[in-house]
Design a protein around this ligand. Structure first.
Ligand SMILES: O=P(O)(O)OC[C@@H](O)[C@@H](O)c1c[nH]c2ccccc12
Length: 254
């Protein structure tokens, strides 16, 4: 069974998802980070594929992306690294990338590699929703890849409903900020409160700007889980002991 499916079926609240940029801080760190996040009982790991033009990303993620690219991270390297730890990692892994990365690699080959590397699903924030339905959905299913779409305070109620129906993983609720990486959570309370009335039937997690335990608990009060990216990356950016830094960060938010 798909690891993400299994997780979402067995744990319905207080989920923690950690985002990490592949190949950061050093090319070979990602497998170590995955194992350490798993040791710390993180529920879901979002692995970002570094990209030269990360539109939705704030300064922290952009800087990690640039460093990772300079380190030599690319899709084939990432797939090999993931394959090398596939038997040890049971924590669901969701790849986050941009639509063009899937297109350039070739959608079918990309999805096939994801499955072979033990990946459970994909977040491609700029993949057009209708194009997914018309052109890619069948291939996602063929290779057992769940799809995660984002909703923001600007998403219309009608589109939210369509996204809820099309989502096979969880729904990514953007807390408010325009890009990732804010140092303070800036929750749009009205929007987050309204989530309960939107009739969502799929699990949903809140991300963007979450960096403390208080933020996490607040996200949990509105949704099934919290997603943390930039704060985690800042915590592992300048360390001589990556495992210890992962442990320390998770301790601060749990
Ligand atoms: O960094 P933050 O503010 O903690 O937010 C998570 C976010 O970085 C991560 O989920 C992510 C990285 N790149 C993205 C692009 C779009 C949406 C989400 C993301």
């Amino acid at each position: 069974m798909n690891a993400l499916d299994l997780k979402l079926q067995t744990k319905k609240e207080n989920l923690i998802t950690i985002y990490t940029t592949a190949g950061y801080p050093n090319l070979l760190d990602t497998p170590i980070i995955l194992k350490q996040l798993q040791n710390n009982k993180v529920d879901i790991i979002e692995v970002g594929i570094p990209y030269s033009d990360p539109l939705a990303d704030g300064p922290t993620i952009q800087a990690t992306s640039e460093k990772a690219l300079a380190n030599g991270m690319k899709l084939n390297v990432l797939f090999e690294q993931l394959k090398s730890v596939k038997d040890e990692i049971h924590t669901p892994i969701v790849l986050m990338g941009y639509y063009n990365q899937l297109l350039k690699y070739g959608p079918e080959e990309f999805l096939k590699q994801c499955q072979e590397a033990g990946v459970s699903g994909l977040i491609l924030p700029d993949m057009p929703f209708q194009i997914y339905l018309d052109q890619h959905k069948a291939l996602f299913e063929k290779y057992d890849q769940k799809v995660v779409f984002l909703i923001t305070p600007q998403t219309s109620a009608e589109r939210v409903k369509e996204i809820n129906d099309a989502t096979s993983g969880f729904i990514y609720v953007v807390s408010n900020s325009a890009t990732t990486g804010a140092t303070e959570a800036n929750y749009n309370e009205e929007f987050l409160t309204s989530l309960k009335d939107l009739g969502l039937t799929k699990p949903y997690q809140i991300g963007f700007g979450i960096s403390t335990k208080t933020d996490v608990e607040k996200a949990w009060s509105y949704a099934n889980g919290a997603i943390i990216g930039s704060a985690f990356l800042r915590a592992i950016s300048d360390t001589s002991n990556i495992k210890e830094s992962v442990d320390q960060f998770i301790n601060t938010i749990k």
